[in-house]
Design a protein around this ligand. Structure first.
Ligand code: FE2
Length: 366
């Protein structure tokens, strides 16, 4: 019998793309282009010989989103959409050798979703394979060293600028899982990928008067790919994580955090373009005290934009969360700027969760 310890972990190079399965990819692409500033760089659909789906590839900095909608009611995409609504299907990981990464991951306990295969066109070859993670979410290993096309074989180049709002790279992607399952999925990332557990919070850290959650952070020491995992904790009322699980009908990606070098101008631009953000109460800024000492930004400007501040021994971070991007209270985005701080805004959790709870209450789910 093969010992897991003898098989190396999959060697990752970074996040290749995040694919969302959505009800209307054309309109979603318009939204992420006009409101979030992404360029539309590639397209695949009936016009390119793909019969069952339409996909738009969007890029800003190193952040690449693929938006895919089904063209018929049968099949995996339509099934996923009916159950989950719009949501993240895959977090695709760039690797040098997709076959080796897949074999390592499955030997170390990951469930196979798609065995290694090659996609080819006149621009070269992409080799890819997929494994399951929580819920219906997957990771796809992407090997593209021998591919020079705009995205993937079968896609044609598109060239519609979104203008950019300063989004640069994915800082972290967060999963929500069922009560009692957080440790299992943290172990999954540790055992299958060799991630280390970077930081953790329990219900005492992340609790308001009403609802609570637990969270641990798994991180690849090599690439810094970061996957926090949340689970609901029973509070006086329904945890925001439970609300997500109820509407998503299971585990899935809760938010995608994207880094900017200038959060004030990024958030101002996104607001001007119509992105809706969560609000912080005025008392949050009055109570900041030492957390706001010595920051480079104008506090009044942060207050007017509802940007939150937290710090640790290494520095501070600025962050803000969008409202859910779809009708179900599931997936949202975070905009984050780190100035040394390696944390996730623990000092903001109370204000943040009270803000989410105000929205939950408005939906009748608190
Ligand atoms: Fe986050």
């Amino acid at each position: 019998m093969v010992q897991v310890a003898e098989i190396g972990v999959p060697v990752l190079e970074g996040t290749d793309h995040v694919e969302l399965w959505v009800g209307n990819a054309r309109q979603a692409a318009y939204h992420y282009r006009t409101a979030f500033g992404f360029d539309v760089i590639a397209y695949a659909g009936p016009e390119t010989g793909v019969r069952d789906r339409a996909s738009y590839v969007l890029q800003q900095g190193k952040v690449r989103l693929v938006l895919t909608a089904p063209l018929q009611p049968e099949g995996d995409i339509a099934d996923h959409l009916r159950l989950h609504g719009d949501g993240v299907r895959t977090i695709a990981l760039r690797v040098e050798d997709a076959t080796a990464a897949y074999e390592a991951a499955t030997a170390r306990g990951a469930r196979s979703v798609a065995e290694p295969s090659r996609a080819e066109d006149e621009h070269g070859v992409v080799t890819w394979a997929s494994i399951a993670t929580f819920g219906d979410t997957i990771h796809t290993f992407v090997e593209r060293n021998e591919y020079s096309g705009v995205f993937w074989p079968g896609y044609r180049a598109d060239n519609r600028s979104g203008g950019g709002v300063g989004l640069r790279f994915i800082d972290h992607t967060v999963g929500n899982v069922d009560t009692g399952k957080m440790d299992d999925w943290i172990s999954f990332y540790s055992e299958v990928f060799g991630f280390s557990v970077f930081q953790e919070f329990d219900e005492k850290d992340i609790a308001t008067q009403y609802s609570a959650l637990r969270s641990k952070v798994a991180r690849d020491p090599r690439t810094q790919i970061t996957m926090p995992i949340n689970e609901p904790h029973v509070g006086l009322k329904k945890s925001q994580i439970q609300e997500y699980l109820d509407y998503y009908r299971g585990s899935g990606i809760q938010h995608i955090a994207v880094h900017t070098d200038d959060i004030v101008s990024t958030v101002q631009e996104m607001r001007d373009r119509g992105v809706e953000f969560l609000t912080a109460p005025g008392t949050y800024y009055d109570a900041l005290g030492d957390r706001a000492a010595g920051i480079d930004e104008d506090l009044d400007r942060l207050r007017s934009l509802n940007i939150l501040i937290d710090r640790d021994d290494d520095g501070y971070l600025l962050q803000i969360f969008t409202r859910p991007v779809g009708d179900r209270p599931t997936l949202f985005f975070e905009v984050i700027q780190r100035k040394g701080c390696k944390g996730f805004g623990k000092g903001n959790f109370k204000a943040l969760f009270e803000s989410i709870e105000r929205e939950q209450a408005a939906r009748g789910n608190l």
